[in-house]
Design a protein around this ligand. Structure first.
Ligand code: ADP
Ligand code: MG
Length: 325
């Protein structure tokens, strides 16, 4: 598959709009991360693209060819598109190996075995390959579902919340597997998540969905650094939201661009530290300005204390003026 084009996709459930005229193009080899709050329409969009659900209106083109409605197909789904559902289903009484091999049941045993071995390695499941699916941890189940979907490399892989319910270790293992996947297979992938950090890490392009509308898209750095509004800013990471001068919207500044300085004459704000939190790689300093606004900044050392008065600064180029909503 070279290209997927979505035009004016609209979906309503019981009079409630879940998708409002969504347009999206995906090129071969591209990794697109969709982020949005719970209920913003992410799963609905993936189910429609994965051919499990019909939209009310709109069109989907694969390589310029318009797809017929799902309801007119004998079987749901599309041969070149694989969707790993949020609630993926495995055969509970079959082993990891058997679950993966099932996707290759029409192939010669020799090729099947070899491909299953490759997939077990890629998804780091070699050690649990003989364990029954019902006895797996959430992360192992998720990786088995992923391996199953990759058995025949799909033209487009759709991942719905691949990291939901995973503990940090499992998250890291899955993250490593996905990084390998990105390198080793020329895969096109559309994944959705409500946690932006993975999307920022892997996606070539980020799409922000809000109440069924795409409100912003762009390269991860672009979207992170120049969010279009408060929703986009908060969705993509911790951020300071300040009221702008003359009531002209809001000013957003990422905490990494605010510094504590010694020189009062260069300070943008005078503030008091209200809380310090150790985060492993750095400390979070929560401050309250004289104007009563909250400001968060990062610092590598704990050389100040709660209650202390500090001078804070940030360069204009790192603060972004945005619309209020
Ligand atoms: P997300 O994956 O971003 O959490 P969904 O696509 O699951 O969002 O849901 C979008 C909206 O549509 C939500 O308000 C949800 O309650 C509603 N919705 C989703 N599926 C159904 C359904 N089968 N019937 C009725 N409403 C639904
Ligand atoms: Mg969902």
């Amino acid at each position: 598959m070279q290209k997927l084009k979505i035009h004016s996709l609209t979906k309503t459930y019981d009079g409630q709009e879940a998708l409002a005229s969504v347009d999206l193009d995906i090129q071969a080899g591209e990794w697109v991360g969709i982020i949005g709050e719970s209920g913003s329409g992410k799963s609905t969009l993936l189910k429609i693209i994965g051919r499990f659900l019909d939209a009310d209106k709109g069109e989907i083109f694969v390589d310029e060819k318009k797809l017929p409605p799902v309801s007119s197909q004998l079987l749901k789904g599309h041969e070149a598109i694989k969707l790993v559902h949020q609630e993926y289903e495995l055969f509970p009484n079959q082993s990891v190996r058997e679950n993966i091999a099932y996707a290759l049941r029409f192939y010669e045993p020799e090729y099947r075995n070899q491909r299953v071995n490759e997939l077990l390695k890629l998804t780091r499941l070699e050690d649990v390959q003989h364990r029954k699916a019902k006895l797996l941890s959430g992360g192992e189940k998720q990786r088995t579902a992923l391996a199953h979907s990759l058995a025949e490399v799909p033209g487009l892989l759709l991942l719905d919340e691949p990291f939901a319910h995973l503990d940090p270790n499992n998250k890291q293992t899955l993250a490593d597997a996905i990084e390998d996947l990105k390198k080793s297979h020329r895969l096109t992938c559309l994944f959705v998540t409500h946690d932006a950090s993975e999307a920022l890490a892997w996606a070539d392009r980020i799409v922000i969905l809000r109440e069924g509308n795409i409100i912003q898209e762009g390269r991860p750095e672009e979207v992170y650094q120049y969010p279009i509004n408060q929703y986009a800013a908060e969705l993509t990471g911790l951020v300071n939201i300040l009221s702008a001068e003359n009531n002209a919207g809001q000013r957003v500044i990422r905490p990494n661009f605010i510094r504590i300085i010694k020189d009062e004459s260069k300070a943008c704000w005078t503030a008091v530290i209200v809380k310090i939190r150790f985060k492993g790689t750095h400390y979070e300093y929560y401050c309250r300005t004289e104007q009563g606004e909250d400001l968060l900044c990062y610092r590598s050392r704990r050389d100040r204390e709660v209650g202390e008065k500090v001078f804070l600064t940030s360069s204009k180029k790192h603060s972004q003026l945005v619309a209020r909503h």
